[in-house]
Design a protein around this ligand. Sequence first.
Ligand SMILES: *[C@@H]1O[C@H](CO)[C@@H](O)[C@H](O)[C@H]1NC(C)=O
Ligand SMILES: *[C@@H]1O[C@H](CO)[C@@H](O)[C@H](O)[C@H]1NC(C)=O
Ligand SMILES: *[C@@H]1O[C@H](CO)[C@@H](O)[C@H](O)[C@H]1NC(C)=O
Ligand SMILES: *[C@@H]1O[C@H](CO)[C@@H](O)[C@H](O)[C@H]1NC(C)=O
Length: 296
Amino acid sequence: MKKKAQRAADMVSCAPKTCLYFSFGINIFLAIFVSVLAIYFNTLDKETVENKDVPKPSTNIAQKLLQANVSLVGDLQSSVCFNCDYLGEDVNTNETLYDDIYTTDRQNKLCCLKDTAIQEFIRAIQNEDNHIGNANSVSDSFHWWRERPCAAHLYLDRKKSISKENKLRWVASDSLGTAFTKDIDLQNATHLQINQSGNYFIYSSTTFDHSKDIYVETFYQSLTKFHPLLPRTGDVDLVFSKFGGSKTSDKHHTNFLAGVFELQRGYLISSSLSQSAHNFLDQSNQVNNYIGLFKL
Ligand SMILES: *[C@@H]1O[C@H](CO)[C@@H](O)[C@H](O)[C@H]1NC(C)=O
Ligand SMILES: *[C@@H]1O[C@H](CO)[C@@H](O)[C@H](O)[C@H]1NC(C)=O
Ligand SMILES: *[C@@H]1O[C@H](CO)[C@@H](O)[C@H](O)[C@H]1NC(C)=O
Ligand SMILES: *[C@@H]1O[C@H](CO)[C@@H](O)[C@H](O)[C@H]1NC(C)=O
């Protein structure tokens, strides 16, 4: 009996509170990627319309997200904020893991974290092409991120994004030190090999740009598993999504796939795209396309 309980305890390798914070941290990290995309597109659109030569404005996330009252934004200089209207009217800070919750003049709710590391990270991403910002200090602050056992976070290989088998190709490097593999082997740039059996959270985000097309054709994307000892079984879909095929389909689309899966040692994880979908990959920023996993 005791042994069983011990084993159960071993499976959950963090205390509930630590787990909660950890999962929260990961989600914030993922949410940031998505928000950054939104900000990126918004600023791009405005800039092209208003003035072609405008350099990237100095970043203030809160302002970009909601065009909040300027005096309010002044108080938020050291915070990273997200629109959190979905939490409802009466949400109180002590019910969340955020540091502050503000209501803007437009009656939008902003949930904020006082976190300079994440803020520097966002700045560095936005300035990717200019090589300004403090990439080293950002890299240092994500030390904990790279040291997680049985985990990986990779970005699309922008030089050669797709393999002959229509698998996305990945690289384990970036200027900010957020890409890494730990106890996970990246094979042929397409497959992540599980080295320890267990439950894994797997996520991927892929961005497509159809702005040059009148019609967004239907395409498919999946995360698949394959075990070299089960060659006849072949690729098995873990998660699958379909997009496009309608006149009203978005011209900019981010496909986020994620889930928790029990995997035995040796499984190979990869991401497949339907034919020709890779022609529409939006590779304007490294953070647009990534894959990652970690053992729970
Ligand atoms: C911002 O808020 C202050 C005080 O709440 C108000 O006086 C001011 O008019 C607001 N500014 C804008 C641009 O809405
Ligand atoms: C949160 O704060 C509000 C107001 O400050 C208080 O009424 C409420 O009891 C608190 N809730 C918890 C769970 O601490
Ligand atoms: C897989 O795990 C073994 C020990 O269990 C270790 O020796 C080996 O280096 C690991 N492989 C990778 C790619 O991390
Ligand atoms: C990697 O490429 C080699 C040579 O083409 C092939 O034999 C092997 O099966 C590939 N591995 C994976 C995981 O696709």
